[in-house]
Structure formats: structure tokens, C-alpha cells
Design a protein around this ligand. Sequence first.
Ligand SMILES: [Fe+2]
Length: 295
Amino acid sequence: MALQTTATATVSRTYPFSVRRLSDVAGAEISGVDLRDPVSAEMRDAIMAALEEFHVIAFRDQNLTKDEQQAFTLNFGEIEGHVGRLNSGEKYPIVHTVTNLDEKTGLPTETPTTHGNYFWHTDKSYHDVPSLLTMLHAIQTPPEGGDTLFANMLMAYEALSDAEKQALDGMRAVHSWEANRLNTGNTPASEEQKRERPPVNHPIVRTHENGRKSLYLGVHIGHVEGMDYEAGRAMLADLLDRATAEPFVYRHAWKVGDLTLWDNCVLVHRADRNYEMTAHPRVLHRTAVLGVVPV
Ligand SMILES: [Fe+2]
């Protein structure tokens, strides 16, 4: 698969840090910043502007503890917890570890307990108020592969025919943690988890503050509201398939120390199994910032 590492577009504005666009789809690399330093209002605004322009930004060579990642994340809003973790007694319930290490043996496995991140999704879309942005800090990465793929849903929407855009206008999909567990072949949601996260519905086409529209899809969706269950799922599967075609995808090849932020409102993402999962640990620390109700 070709790497999306070329960029012909330029950077549109001046930033108080060094920025290099990584592809025309999404992605920019930022260097010369230490995210352990206090974040000024100017810096925060510049990071948000970079996120709007590039959708995914990677700060290279960072070395944050969980405490420091939590503190950095709080500059951007309220941090979200994860289903079933807030009352788990973990020291860092809001800094979640994404890993292929087996819970019991601590060894790398190709069947980690949590593997929903290998399916296309947008974070926490099973919430009424899903994630605005997510941060992943690379602690351990395989020598090759284990990339994260990001698909640009603004571009995917633009590529639809006028008839399709019209047909999707006003349609809503039902998202739930239960659907996530079913769709990913994971342990079914417990009754407690279902009570904690009841199904919610969101528009299939989101309209953003700047007026642009994007598709809002992914593995957390169970069905289309008001449509035959199987027909709705087939339509969504086809849409997701086309929306994640290579021309809309940026592939992020991780380096240890990367701290990557992305905009969940306009992207879907997934980890790639393109590495020896039983040989190499892949460990990243994740935080997510609460967003807005999709419209
Ligand atoms: Fe995710």
C-alpha cells in the first residue's frame, strides 16, 4: 500500500512553531515544541488552528508522563472517561493505555482484549456528546508498521453524487457501545455498560461551524434510524468502504515520542495490523476531549 507522505498544498498561515504538511489529505508534523511547558492562550489557539487546517498533527520527540499528558490535554477542554473505567480504581482512569500486550501475560498478542481500535471509527460516537479531539502519545512502537490510518470525511462527502448527498440529508444513525462490541466481535456489552451508555443517534452528514459537511460513520453504528435494519447496515458499509478508499487516507507511521492530536469531527481512524503483533509491543497513551453535539 502506498504511503500518503507527499504534500503539494502549502501551509496557509504562520504558526508559532515549525510545521510541515505530511499529505494533502491530512497530517502535519510539528517540531521544536516541548508539551511539558505551560501552554499560553496564543499557543493553544495556534494548535487548534493547525488542527482545523491539517486535521491530524503530530508533535515529535515528546516525553510526557501520564500526569503531564493529562495536564496538557486539560488545556483543550474537559477530559472524557472510558466506559467501565471511571469506577475501576485505576490511578489514571482518564489516560487510557492502548496496547497489544495481553492483560494477563503482559506479552504481545494478535488478539488483545481491546481491539476495537483496529476498525474504522470516530472516538466516542456512542456518546450524546462525542470526542472533539483525541491525543495519542507513542510510548512503544514496533520497528515497522502498527500505523494509524486517518480518513478525511470532508473529502469523502464531497466525492458523493448530488443525488446521494440529497438522499443522506436528514438521515440519522444509531450508535452504541453494544453495537461496537457486536461489530468488532468483542465480549458483548454488560448490562451495566448498556445502562451507562444507552444508544444515541447522530446525523450521518455533519455540518460544521464553518458550513462544511462531512460523513459521520464507523464501527460504533448499529443501524440507520427508520430504515430496514439490514438495508441500513448495507448502505453504511458501502459508504464507509468508499469513504476510506486510499485517496482519502493519511497513514501515520509512528515514532516513539510522537504526541498526535486529531479532529474526530471530520475524520475516522483505525490502527493497522501491518506489524508482527505477537513479536512487538505497541503501547500508546490516549486522552480525549469532550466535543459538541453533532448537527
Ligand atoms: Fe480511536
